[in-house]
Design a protein. Structure first.
Length: 276
């Protein structure tokens, strides 16, 4: 699979980070784009990387006449561009604009700047092509985004409890009581969250992973007002049960969910608070 960094030279870290900072602070609606304790716009970087990879996949699968609508590349005019899927404060699409990289033996393209549908007229990009650029699409069936409360959840305990990396995500005050105790607490949290989902379907948040839609369910283990972890769910092939693959932190959950859309579920809104 093609990656954004292999496709285009992004400049040194300072250059690219400053471009992201300007985009996040001046153009995009207020949103938390950096991980806790950092100011490197890591969530925004991740979003752009995965968006490009998804567009590349779609471009590969598209018929020849449609390929340029996913990622536009024209070596004759020396420009390339793709739709980031983001919108500025006036709801204009944001584009990732590149020009030919003239450094030999490096990436073919060189990132220049972000543009909206108006400012891109100041580049060499033909406006007719800009309006045809598609946003990345991650699902065909909207029903995949909805959790069926009539189905059971079967957790993968060997992974959640008995693999150290995942086990250490469980709050220490629970781990101090042993693995069996943690399993019982998580089981209770799963039963509890199913009631929350039944009361408010927006409790469930979708994410895209390995070309499939998965669902994220908050697990309230130590505090009924703030989840400690998110359980990653996939619907079985026969659509009779959900498999709980792993538990991830709420920060990881926000990063994964942001790829599809800005999460508006109440429990992930806590992760989106912008520090002063």
């Amino acid at each position: 699979m093609q990656s954004l960094m292999k496709w285009a030279f992004l400049g040194n870290n300072e250059f690219y980070t400053n471009k992201l900072k300007t985009l996040a602070k001046n153009d995009l609606p207020p949103e938390k784009w950096s991980y806790a304790g950092k100011n490197d716009f890591g969530i925004l970087k991740s979003y752009l990387n995965f968006t490009f990879e998804r567009l590349w996949q779609e471009r590969d699968a598209a018929p020849e006449e449609d390929k340029q609508t996913y990622i536009y590349m024209d070596k004759k005019t020396g420009v390339s561009c793709f739709n980031t899927g983001l919108y500025d404060k006036t709801w204009q699409p944001i584009y990732f604009y590149c020009e030919t990289n003239h450094i030999p033996n490096h990436q073919v393209w060189r990132f220049k700047s972000f543009h909206n549908s108006y400012t891109i007229k100041y580049t060499s990009m033909a406006s007719a092509w800009v309006t045809n650029l598609r946003r990345a699409n991650y699902f065909q069936d909207p029903g995949a985004l909805i959790f069926d409360v009539n189905l059971d959840i079967v957790p993968q305990w060997n992974h959640i409890i008995y693999e150290e990396e995942n086990y250490l995500r469980i709050p220490e005050q629970l781990r101090n009581n042993g693995q069996e105790y943690c399993q019982n607490v998580i089981n209770g949290a799963i039963d509890f969250v199913k009631k929350r989902i039944a009361a408010n379907y927006k409790t469930i948040v979708p994410q895209f992973y390995k070309k499939k839609i998965q669902l994220l369910a908050p697990l309230y283990l130590t505090n009924q007002d703030k989840p400690d972890l998110a359980l990653v769910l996939s619907l079985s092939d026969d659509k009779t049960v959900y498999y709980g693959h792993t538990c991830i932190t709420t920060e990881m959950a926000y990063n994964n969910a942001r790829l599809l859309a800005r999460p508006d579920s109440y429990w992930l809104q806590q992760q989106n608070r912008i520090p002063p």
